[in-house]
Design a protein around this ligand. Structure first.
Ligand code: RAT
Ligand code: ZN
Length: 420
C-alpha cells in the first residue's frame, strides 16, 4: 500500500491547529502581575495611551506637544481615540491591534463607543482579567522587564512581593552598561562603593549588585538594549563592565545575556517615551562578543530591517546565539513575514520567531493573534514546499515545529549547558 498523499489542505489544517493550540512563552514584555500594583497596565485608556499610538496621534493631529503632555491621561486617550479611530480609519498595525483586542474581549468594536468600553473595563478585577487574557491569548508564561534602579519597582521587590508564577523576571541592566559616569551616583546612594571612572572597588561592587538582585528577583536572563553605535570590544565602560562583570556573572549562573540592538534613544525628546528611533547596527560586534565568550549564552534581536539577514547568518556561525523576535518597529505584519521566512530558510527550526513587547496586558491578545497568523502562513508555505519534494510531512513534525517556535526553543535554551 502506498503512502497517503499529503495535501496542502491537510498541511494547512495541521499548522492552524498546532499554532493555535500551542501555549506561548512570551519572552520579552513590559507586563507585570496584579500584585505589582500600578505597574500592571490594562484597559482601554492604557491601550490608547500606548506610546506607539501617541507618536501616530501627534503626527496626525495639530495638537502642540506641551498641550498634549499637559492633558490628563483620560483626555489624552480621548484625543487619540478621536484622531486615529474616529477622524480616520484605524489602519496602522498599532491601531488595528486595539480593534482586535476589543473583538477578542467580546466588545462591539463597530459601536465606536469609548464610554461603554470604559464601563466594561471598570467592571473587571485585575486578577480575573489576568486569567481571562492569558487564557484567551493562549499565553502560559510572560517575561517581565525588571529594572532594580527604578526606585518604585525596587520598593516593590524590597517589600517582599513575589510575582505570580506565570510571570518571570528579567534583570534589565541598561544603566550599568550604558549610564557611565552618571550611574555611579544612584549606585552609591544604594551603598555600592562604585566610582564614576570605574576605578577602586567598582567591578566587585557591580558584581555584588547583580548577585543581590538576581537572588531577589530570580531572573531567567539578563538584558540590555544597545544603540547602533555599540561596538565590542572597545575602550568604553560598556565593554569593561561586560567583560569584567556581566559576562562572568551570567556564565556562573548559566543565565543568557539578551541584547536588543539598534535603538537610538530620544531623537525627538518632545515625544517623551515615543521619541526613540533606530539605526543600522554593527554585526561584527555581535559576532565578536559571541565568538570570544563561547561559554556564555546570548540572545539577540535587532531593530533595523537592514540587520536581519546578517543576524540570521551570524546565528548559523555561533551556536551560543539564539535569535529572537521581531522587535518594536519590525513588529509589523509585512516585516514579521519577511523576517520569519528568512530565518526559517537559514536556521530551520532553531530560532524564536516572536515576543510581544506588550506594555498593556490586553495587547497580548492582538500581538499574538496577528503574529500567530503570520507564523502559520510561513509554516504552511515551507511545509508545502517540503511536501512537494516528496518528503512525507507528518502532523507530528508540524506540531513539534509549532511547539519549538512558541515555547520549547526558549525553554531549552534557558536550561542548556553549552558543550565545550
Ligand atoms: O517596544 C517598546 O515598547 C519599546 O519602547 C521598548 O520597550 C523596547 O522594547 C525595550 O525593551 O527597550
Ligand atoms: Zn521592550
Amino acid at each position: 500500500m502506498g503512502a497517503q498523499k499529503i495535501t496542502s489542505q491537510m498541511i494547512g489544517q495541521w499548522v492552524d491547529q498546532a499554532v493555535a493550540t500551542t501555549a506561548v512563552y512570551d519572552l520579552h514584555t513590559h507586563l507585570y502581575p496584579p500584585n505589582f500594583g500600578r505597574y500592571m497596565l490594562y484597559g482601554i485608556d492604557e491601550l490608547l495611551n500606548y506610546h506607539y499610538l501617541i507618536a501616530e496621534t501627534i503626527r496626525a493631529s495639530d495638537v502642540a506637544y506641551d498641550a498634549f503632555w499637559g492633558m490628563s491621561q483620560a483626555r489624552q486617550a480621548e484625543l487619540i481615540w478621536t484622531t486615529l479611530f474616529v477622524d480616520r480609519a484605524p489602519i496602522s498595525e498599532a491601531c488595528r491591534g486595539v480593534v482586535t483586542v476589543l473583538n477578542k474581549l467580546g466588545l462591539d468594536a463597530g459601536a465606536k463607543d469609548l464610554s461603554s468600553y470604559r464601563d466594561w473595563f471598570k467592571s473587571q478585577s485585575p486578577e480575573a482579567f489576568t486569567d481571562k487574557v492569558l487564557e484567551l491569548a493562549n499565553v502560559k508564561t510572560v517575561v517581565m522587564t525588571n529594572d532594580p534602579l527604578d526606585p518604585a519597582e525596587r520598593d516593590i521587590w524590597l517589600s517582599g512581593v513575589k510575582p505570580d508564577p506565570r510571570f518571570k523576571a528579567v534583570l534589565r541592566i541598561d544603566p550599568i552598561l550604558l549610564g557611565w559616569p552618571g550611574v555611579a551616583e544612584p549606585l552609591k546612594a544604594l551603598d555600592y562603593a562604585v566610582s564614576p571612572d570605574l576605578g577602586g572597588k567598582t567591578m566587585p561592587e557591580l558584581r555584588r549588585f547583580l548577585s543581590e538582585w538576581a537572588d531577589r528577583m530570580n531572573p531567567i536572563y539578563c538584558a540590555c538594549s544597545l544603540p547602533p553605535t555599540w561596538r565590542y570590544p572597545d575602550q568604553s565602560p560598556t565593554t569593561r563592565v561586560l567583560d569584567e562583570v556581566v559576562l562572568p556573572f551570567a556564565r556562573e549562573r548559566n543565565l543568557p545575556f539578551a541584547m536588543m540592538i539598534g535603538v537610538t534613544r530620544q531623537v525627538n525628546p518632545r515625544l517623551k517615551m515615543a521619541g526613540d528611533s533606530l539605526g543600522k547596527s554593527d554585526i561584527t560586534s555581535l559576532e565578536r562578543i559571541c565568538a570570544t565568550n563561547a561559554g556564555n549564552k546570548f540572545m539577540c534581536t535587532m531593530l533595523s530591517r537592514e540587520n536581519q539577514h546578517e543576524l540570521a547568518v551570524t546565528a548559523r556561525k555561533q551556536r551560543n546565539l539564539m535569535v529572537f523576535g521581531c522587535w518594536w518597529f519590525t513588529n509589523i505584519p509585512s516585516v514579521i513575514e519577511e523576517i520569519t521566512r528568512m530565518r526559517l530558510e537559514l536556521l530551520g527550526t532553531s530560532f524564536i520567531p516572536q515576543h510581544s513587547d506588550a506594555r498593556v496586558l490586553d495587547q497580548i491578545l492582538y500581538k499574538w493573534d496577528h503574529s500567530r497568523a503570520i507564523i502559520a502562513n510561513v509554516m504552511k508555505e515551507k511545509f508545502n514546499d517540503l511536501a512537494a519534494t516528496g518528503w512525507p510531512v507528518s502532523q507530528g513534525e508540524v506540531q513539534k515545529t509549532a511547539e519549538a517556535f512558541l515555547s520549547r526553543n526558549f525553554e531549552n535554551f534557558l536550561t542548556a549547558r553549552l558543550p565545550g
